[in-house]
Design a protein around this ligand. Structure first.
Ligand code: 5AD
Ligand code: SF4
Length: 452
């Protein structure tokens, strides 16, 4: 039943534009659930069809604000025609820009940060009653998770946010300012959300957080649990076939956590472990809290426990003060570690960060050239990782229909996308597939059916 004031036009449809990380995807899904429960809003695929438009923004890298304002310009045209519609800007740009957004774009009704979206129904209600702008960017102490409704629909794979925020304060990064300090959910609330997803048919769960391995949450025994303890508990939940997590910080890769890759059969052999730079000088400037030797030690330990683990990382080139020699050290680190995939970025100053106070000293063309070289190297490694799969028989979780007729799409244990001819009824099952072709970003294979 819709709970709404009869005197106002009914709200029927919702469009959410999501930028950024998996955590934002998760948050958007929660927003959609909440707006459905509070107002009966139905998600639509185009802003033109929506009574409520929400933007869930990201400010981690360059030009995020510009993108938001240009997208808002598009929405303004819609609102000029239908003044009754509601426009909200949430996420990290909402947090960072706050009421500045409504000054620059007065047609925006609501601004909210990542920690206050559980108050959306309330904010919408205020707008509908008084037609005033509402801004909500404080960071409440209370757990927003306690105020969110249960997720309504479940896919084969699901995400559960276990902690938010970051206390690391890397000098280039806005996250500690936009998402706030590290806050961990209770073990019980995480397990409950996982159980709920598993009961709905999910078989793979990814535990999410800016720094998942900094997790320290209250356990059911009254003690503080760390991330590894939580992993073991989640792995034991009936029905769970695969477990993943993202993102981890090298500083909190404990020996117990490295060992978990050998000991927890559900924990898949894939790890995203950002290093940002291979130069001790730059790592220190970035305030990363570890040097390259420590990173190598962690990689060695992980591979000792799980020789087939696929690794990925984030890199920043052109950090202020990065010399040619520093950059060569990054290339050297990549050659030594050998990654399955990598995300490479040119440094850009983010508002309010310590690094933004020093001069952005590396010229743009030098940044471009370094990025190009790093991309060549990491792409070469990705291609090789794909080629190595040829002829292998891999266990694949069938996730959805592929783009081509008759094709199904799934993921290998180490997170590679694979397509093969299959059936819709195989969705959610683990099936053996022989790899027959390797492309840049995906594999192709043939299902091995019983009797083959
Ligand atoms: N400039 C470039 N890249 C950045 N990242 C974070 N802040 C910046 C910045 N100011 C990258 C880091 C991080 C990833 C999510 O985004 O590599 O790991
Ligand atoms: Fe940003 Fe560093 Fe925290 Fe990662 S660990 S979110 S890069 S401050």
């Amino acid at each position: 039943m819709k709970q709404q004031n009869e005197s106002i036009k009914s709200l029927d449809t919702l469009f959410i534009k999501t930028y950024g990380c998996q955590m934002n995807e998760y948050d958007s899904a929660r927003m959609a659930d909440m707006m459905k429960q509070a107002y009966g809003l139905r998600l639509v695929a185009a802003p033109e069809e929506a009574d409520v438009i929400l933007m869930n923004t990201c400010s981690i890298r360059e030009k995020a604000e510009d993108k938001v304002y240009s997208e808002l310009g598009r929405y303004k045209k819609l609102k000029d025609k239908r003044p009754d519609m509601i426009i909200g800007v949430g996420g990290c740009v909402g947090q960072q820009e706050g009421e500045r957004i409504q000054k620059r774009a007065p047609y925006v009704d609501i601004v909210f940060g990542p920690q206050s979206y559980h108050r959306l129904p309330e904010m919408v209600k205020e707008i509908r009653r008084h037609r005033v702008h509402v801004s909500q960017t404080d960071m409440p102490e209370i757990e927003k998770f306690d105020h969110l409704p249960k997720a309504e629909s479940h896919g084969v794979t699901g995400c559960v946010t276990i902690m938010e925020g970051c206390d690391k304060f890397c000098t280039f990064c806005v996250v500690p300012y936009t998402r706030g300090p590290e806050i961990s959910r209770s073990v019980e609330s995480i397990l409950e959300e996982c159980r709920d997803q598993l009961a709905g048919g999910t078989v793979e769960i990814s535990l999410l957080g800016q720094n998942v391995n900094a997790y320290r949450g209250p356990g059911p025994d009254g003690q503080e649990w760390d991330f590894t303890m939580l992993l073991y508990a989640v792995a034991e939940l009936p029905g769970l076939k695969r477990l993943r997590f993202s993102t981890s910080h090298p500083m909190e890769m404990t020996s117990e956590l490295c060992q978990a890759f050998a000991e927890i059969p559900q924990l898949m052999p894939y790890l995203h472990l950002p290093v940002q730079s291979g130069s001790d000088h730059v790592l220190k400037l970035m305030h990363r809290g570890h040097d390259r030797a420590t990173y190598f030690r962690i990689i060695d330990e992980l591979r000792a426990h799980c020789p087939d683990i696929a690794l990925s990382s984030d890199f920043i080139v052109g950090y202020p003060g990065e010399t040619d020699e520093d950059f060569e050290a990054t290339l050297d680190l990549v050659r030594r570690v050998v990654y399955d995939s990598a995300y490479c970025f040119k440094y850009s100053p983010r508002p309010g960060t310590p690094a933004s106070k020093s001069e952005d000293s590396v010229p743009e063309e030098v940044k471009d050239a370094r990025l190009q070289r790093l991309l060549e190297l990491t792409r070469e490694q990705s291609r090789a990782a794909m080629q190595q799969q040829l002829g292998k028989r891999l266990e694949v979780l069938v996730e959805k229909a592929g783009r081509n007729a008759g094709d199904m799409e799934g993921r290998t244990a180490d997170f590679k996308i694979i397509h093969f001819k299959g059936q819709m009824r195989q969705i959610g099952q683990l099936m053996p597939v022989t790899v027959t072709e390797a492309y840049g970003q995906s594999l192709r294979g043939e299902l091995i059916l019983a009797g083959d």
